[in-house]
Each structure stands twice: as structure tokens, then as C-alpha cells.
Design a protein around this ligand. Sequence first.
Ligand code: ADP
Ligand code: MG
Length: 231
Amino acid sequence: MNQTAKIINQAKKENRKALLETEAKTICTEYGIPVTKFNLAKNQKEAAAQADQIGYPVVLKIVSPDIIHKSDAGGVIVNLKTPAEVANGYNKIIENVKKYKPDAKIVGVMVQEMAPQSTEVIVGAIKDPQFGQTIMFGLGGIFVELLKDVNFRVAPITAEDAKEMITRLKAYPLLNGYRNAPPADINALVCILLNTSRLVMDYPEIKELDLNPVMAYPKGAKTVDARIILE
Ligand code: ADP
Ligand code: MG
């Protein structure tokens, strides 16, 4: 059996609706969706060793089935530059999360490559009661939350659909080389949209998927956070 089916079956068996970020990113990788390099650490020493392997700076994040919005719980620390900072960060995250939700089950701490800052985009999928799996694309932050500048298409989508979802945003100029910024790699984003569509069509039990944010680069793109919710 492939990794995706294994992860989804395991979650069902444990009666978990929200997949862990480690699980969601493993699924993304299997579907050709680029994600930041990551590893799961169970203690300070492991975290420091993994950071050495991944390369600095790194990001640490809580991995817990009971914490869905990790930064709200003090469960994300970015830009750690040395093994000592990583070891301290590990303890800090555990401490924050225990304060935020004392009964949260803690699986470990994810050590991640820190993705360089760039234009942030959001890729989503939602299972609409009427239309079924629907794919969403927008720019991160205020563009989605405040301006609602997002495009939807019913899955499965074609490359043409994906391209339109991107180029028909009001904020598209920001991806197309606004002022001095280099243009984003639109094909890389099209590819992520197509692979997301394929994933949710293969697994109708996925109720919600959120890649938020995805860093859009002049060459390539990288998913920094992935969330998958099952029915
Ligand atoms: P949340 O569960 O709160 O959405 P995220 O994983 O999205 O947690 O982390 C919160 C923010 O931290 C992200 O929106 C992003 O700005 C930053 N961040 C998280 N992981 C990384 C990473 N690997 N590289 C760079 N920035 C990151
Ligand atoms: Mg996020």
C-alpha cells in the first residue's frame, strides 16, 4: 500500500479527523507537492541532530493531534541558528503547549528547513456538499482574509483551469513581477494545483486541505504548512 493510504487508514483507525503536519507533508511529497524538508524529534538531542542534518536556520513546530492552529499555542518557533537554540526551542515549545492545553497529547516536535521569505500563496481544497471536491487558490494574508481575492474550480481541474485560477486573481500582478520583484514560477504553482486536485479526487474522504502558506519563488515553490482534515 502507498504512504497516503496507510496514513489515512491509520488516522481512521485512531478516529482522528485532523492529520498531523508530518503526515500531511508526507502525503504532499508522495503527490509531488514540494514541502520544506522535515523530521520528527522526540527530544532535545534528536532535534539538534536533525537541525544539523537539515541545515540552519530551522523552524520548530509542535506535532500534536490536539493542536490544529500551532502558532496560537506558541507551537512555532522560526529562525533557530545553532544546536543550542534548537535545544532551547524544543523545551520552549513543549512548555508553551503544556500551558496552552495541559491535556494535549504531544507526539514530538517537527524540525524543518526554514523557507526563505517570498510571496505567499494559499492552495486549498474543500468538499462542497453539492459540487464535491473544489480547489481554491489565492495570495496569503490579507488577500484571502480581507479582500477575499480567491478563485475556485470544481475538481478535477485541468492545467488550463489551474492557470486561470492564478492569472485571474486581482492580485495577480504581485506574482507577475510587480515593480522590482521577480515574477513567480507560475508553472510550479499550476503543478501544485493539479497535484492537489489529483490527491483529493483519489481520496474522497478528504474534507479539507490547506497548504497555507506556499512560498512562490522565481524558480519553484515550497509548502511551509499543510493541513488535511478527513470526513
Ligand atoms: P499554523 O498551524 O499556526 O498555521 P504554520 O506552520 O503555518 O502554523 O506556521 C506559522 C507561520 O510561521 C507560517 O505562516 C510562516 O510564516 C512561518 N513558518 C512556518 N514554518 C516555516 C518554514 N518552514 N519556513 C519559513 N517560515 C515558516
Ligand atoms: Mg499555517
